[in-house]
Design a protein around this ligand. Structure first.
Ligand SMILES: Cc1cc2nc3c(=O)[nH]c(=O)nc-3n(C[C@H](O)[C@H](O)[C@H](O)COP(=O)(O)OP(=O)(O)OC[C@H]3O[C@@H](n4cnc5c(N)ncnc54)[C@H](O)[C@@H]3O)c2cc1C
Length: 496
């Protein structure tokens, strides 16, 4: 499902796909905000190529809420306790710097991306949680005096117990911002290829060979900006992250909207902002997360709608979509070297749904690494830091599935089984001890896939809302007929 932001892509022609072998200094894989900002910072200094498997910002960057903020929910008390004051201060400062950087890029490059300075708010509706809110505000005060304020009332039309305001944050139209970056990258003679999928990366002495659409790019440096890394070993990021999907909806309300950007503290989290749409103001609401590949909230859209209708009863629904992002175990992104064994290959991942600032931080850290410059935030996001394995049982199951070589041929599904599947429904059916993923479309046509993720062999789950196969281990997604749409999968499912 396309997002509201993706309407903007209609104003831009697609870049051509890669047609011949290339040599470059830097090859950036992935044309989301991480890849494009990295190219922005490097393309005036060295030969830079961006390769994108679809259109730019066709994944999470084009489906985000677009808040540019250092207020990452209630976070700094956790950071202070888990990592210490100096670390918390650096994290906060890095994110504040990213807001400033994005503002500067928008001004310098004259990018018309509806950049709006807004205050950001995290609130609770429960008196019992007020101590947590007040404590968080005190922690932030220690990091920067005057940055935040504790409030009893906010403009969002809902009753609250208390809130924290962060001043001087921002919101943008992510795809308009992306095309502003693109203009500058092209002016710098950087190259961008769309519909160009990287299928393999190989080391060749001190160079990398990046295989894309049966062509090769030979590069000195490689940046993996695919959100979830598309290579597993030796980075092992699949042991350190999962993906979480959220529902998003855009409404045209019947009355004046609020100023500011809002998110609640409780789970399920719901996030609100307004969008400037010509002379109108629209409302974007995002929330009701679930771990991708586990049972989706069947009424996620409905629940968002109920919340909005209490505030704006006559609001009209204009857009709805879902999107996912990577969640790390310690809630801190992985930015820097992909692995200590892979010199000159860089990674930026695990943004925990705060990737607008994190992508800018990543772009700066990686550009500085490539340019051999110091970056004072490098250590706190260090990508090669050790992490405990998330869930041993999950990893065990994953490896077991990966090792099972199930040789499936043509399956004939018994008629009574097929009749039991409703129109628009997908599910796994067991035939002769083998599982087949089956989906029945509107016309009654049946699609059969091997319901095993092409990333690391986990069994897939069918999401009956989005009509996609989802992987519960690492969040890959496939269309009902088996096309790989979301990383880390990089190959389609086998079909029957
Ligand atoms: C619903 C939602 C709301 C969010 N709201 C906010 C917010 O308000 N503020 C905030 O700070 N953050 C937010 N985030 C997080 C933020 O949007 C993301 O962290 C960020 O957009 C990730 O950018 P990226 O460039 O790393 O990844 P992506 O945007 O996913 O880009 C990766 C690109 O790599 C391409 N790719 C993948 N595989 C290959 C391959 N093999 N070859 C070539 N290309 C490939 C993909 O097609 C894609 O375009 C939100 C996330 C979600 C899910």
């Amino acid at each position: 499902m396309n997002s509201y932001w993706e309407e903007e892509r209609k104003n831009h022609e697609a870049f051509e796909e890669i047609k011949q072998d290339q040599k470059t200094s830097v090859c950036i894989i992935g044309g989301g905000l991480t890849g494009l900002q990295t190219a922005y910072y490097l393309s005036d200094k060295m030969d830079t190529i961006v390769v994108e498997k679809n259109r730019i910002c066709s994944s999470t960057s084009g489906k985000t809420t677009g808040k540019v903020t250092s207020q990452h929910g209630i976070f700094y008390d956790y950071l202070l306790n888990s990592q210490g004051k100096e670390f918390a201060k650096m994290y906060f400062e890095a994110n504040e710097k990213a807001i400033k950087n994005i503002k500067e890029i928008v001004e310098k490059e004259n990018i018309d991306c509806d950049f709006e300075e807004e205050n950001s708010y995290v609130y609770t509706k429960q008196e019992i949680k007020l101590d947590i809110i007040k404590n968080e505000q005190k922690v932030i005060d220690k990091l920067q005096k005057g940055k935040s304020e504790y409030l009893k009332e906010i403009e969002l039309p809902t009753e609250i117990a208390g809130a924290i305001e962060f001043k001087n944050q921002a919101q943008i139209h992510p795809i308009k911002y992306a095309y502003g970056l693109v203009n500058k990258i092209l002016k710098n003679d950087g190259k961008i290829y769309e519909n160009s999928q990287v299928t393999d990366i190989k080391r060749d002495n001190d160079k990398y060979i990046v295989y894309v659409n049966n062509k090769k790019i030979i590069a000195d440096f490689v940046v993996l900006a695919t959100r979830y890394p598309i290579t597993n070993i030796p980075g092992y990021y699949f042991l350190k992250m999962y993906q979480s999907t959220s529902y998003a909806m855009v409404f045209e309300p019947n009355k004046k909207l609020f100023d500011g950007m809002y998110i609640n503290y409780e789970t399920p989290t719901v996030s609100f902002r307004t969008i400037k749409d010509g002379n109108k103001r629209l409302l974007l609401v995002v929330g009701y997360d679930y771990k991708t590949g586990t049972e989706e909230l069947k009424d996620g859209y409905h629940r968002l709608e109920v919340i909005v209708r209490k505030m704006y009863p006559e609001a009209e629904i204009l857009f709805k979509w879902t999107a996912e992002d990577c969640i790390t175990l310690d809630k801190i992104p992985y930015i820097g070297q992909y692995s200590s064994l892979m010199k000159n290959m860089y990674i930026a991942t695990g943004f925990n749904k705060w990737g607008l600032t994190s992508s800018n931080i990543s772009a700066n850290i990686i550009a500085d690494k490539i340019l051999n410059k110091e970056n004072k935030y490098e250590e706190i996001f260090k990508s090669t830091r050790m992490e405990p394995i998330k869930n041993r049982q999950e990893v065990g199951n994953m490896l077991k599935e990966a090792n099972k070589s199930i040789l499936l041929s043509r399956f004939k599904i018994p008629k009574e089984e097929l009749d039991n599947i409703k129109i628009g429904e997908g599910r796994i059916i067991k035939i002769d001890n083998t599982k087949v993923g089956v989906y029945k479309d509107k016309t009654g046509e049946i699609y059969k896939v091997k319901p095993i993720c092409t990333h690391l062999g986990c069994e897939l789950y069918f999401n009956n809302i989005d009509k996609v196969w989802e992987c519960p281990c690492h969040g890959s997604k496939f269309t009902y007929d088996g096309k790989s749409i979301e990383v880390p999968s990089n190959k389609d499912l086998k079909t029957y």
